[in-house]
Design a binder for this molecule. Structure first.
Ligand code: IMP
Length: 197
C-alpha cells in the first residue's frame, strides 16, 4: 500500500477541517517540522455528543479515515471557564453559535474569578495505528472584561493568555502560535509524526 503520509519525499498531514483559521495556525506549526499540510474540508463529521473532547477528536479521526482512506488528522478544541464549572468545554461550538462571545461576557458580568483555559486535542488515525493517537495542548488565561481585537476566530476576542497583554484576537498568527493550545498540541503531534515510518 502507498504510504500517503509521504508524497514526493515530503511528510503530509491531511487535516480534516473547514476552519481556515485552524488550518493556517496548524500549517505554520507543522511547516517548521518540514511537514506539509493539506486541508480536507468536504469530509462530513458526525457531531458526537460526549463530554470529553479527546473522545470526540479520536472518533472523528477514525471516521474520517474510513470515509476518505487517507491518514487523517482532526483537531478539536474547547474553552473551559473555571467560574462556570468548566463550561462550555465540549459544548464550545454550540455555545459559540448560539450565545457567542457577547453571551459569555454577559454570563461573566460581575464574576471576579476570570480564569479560563483552552484545550486542544489533535488526533491522528490511519491503518498503522490500533486506535487514534492523541496529542494535547493547553493554555491558561482569563476571560477579559470587554471584547478586544479583530483577528482570529471564535472566542479569540475574549481570551487573554497568561503572561501576555493581548487577547488572541489582538495577536498575529505567529504571536498566537507562541503560546496557543493548538500550537502546543500540533508541536507534540509533529515530533511524533516526523519519526513515524
Ligand atoms: P472546534 O470544535 O474545535 O471547532 O471548537 C469549538 C469551538 O471553540 C469553536 O466554535 C470555536 O469557536 C472555539 N475555538 C476553538 N479553538 C479556538 C481558538 O483557538 N480560539 C478561539 N476560539 C476557538
Amino acid at each position: 500500500m502507498v504510504n500517503m503520509t509521504k508524497l514526493l519525499g515530503h511528510k503530509v498531514a491531511f487535516l480534516i477541517t473547514s476552519n481556515i483559521h485552524k488550518f493556517s495556525e496548524a500549517r505554520r506549526v507543522l511547516g517548521k517540522f518540514g511537514i506539509a499540510t493539506a486541508m480536507l474540508k468536504k469530509v462530513q463529521k458526525t457531531e458526537i455528543q460526549n463530554d470529553k473532547i479527546t473522545i470526540i477528536a479520536k472518533t472523528s479521526a477514525m471516521e474520517a479515515f474510513e470515509k476518505c482512506n487517507l491518514p487523517s488528522v482532526v483537531e478539536d478544541a474547547g474553552l473551559f471557564i473555571e467560574a462556570l464549572k468548566n463550561f462550555p468545554g465540549p459544548y464550545s461550538s454550540y455555545i459559540f453559535k448560539t450565545i457567542g462571545n457577547r453571551g459569555i461576557l454577559r454570563l461573566m458580568e460581575d464574576v471576579v474569578n476570570r480564569e479560563a483555559k483552552f484545550r486542544s486535542v489533535v488526533a491522528f488515525f490511519d491503518q498503522s495505528v490500533d486506535e487514534s493517537k492523541c496529542f494535547i495542548g493547553e493554555v491558561e488565561g482569563e476571560i477579559v472584561e470587554e471584547w478586544r481585537g479583530m483577528q482570529g476566530f471564535g472566542f479569540d476576542p475574549i481570551f487573554r493568555p497568561l503572561s501576555f497583554e493581548k487577547t488572541f484576537a489582538e495577536m498575529t498568527i505567529q504571536e498566537k502560535n507562541l503560546c496557543s493550545h493548538r500550537s502546543i498540541a500540533f508541536q507534540k503531534f509533529a515530533k511524533w509524526f516526523v519519526q513515524k515510518p
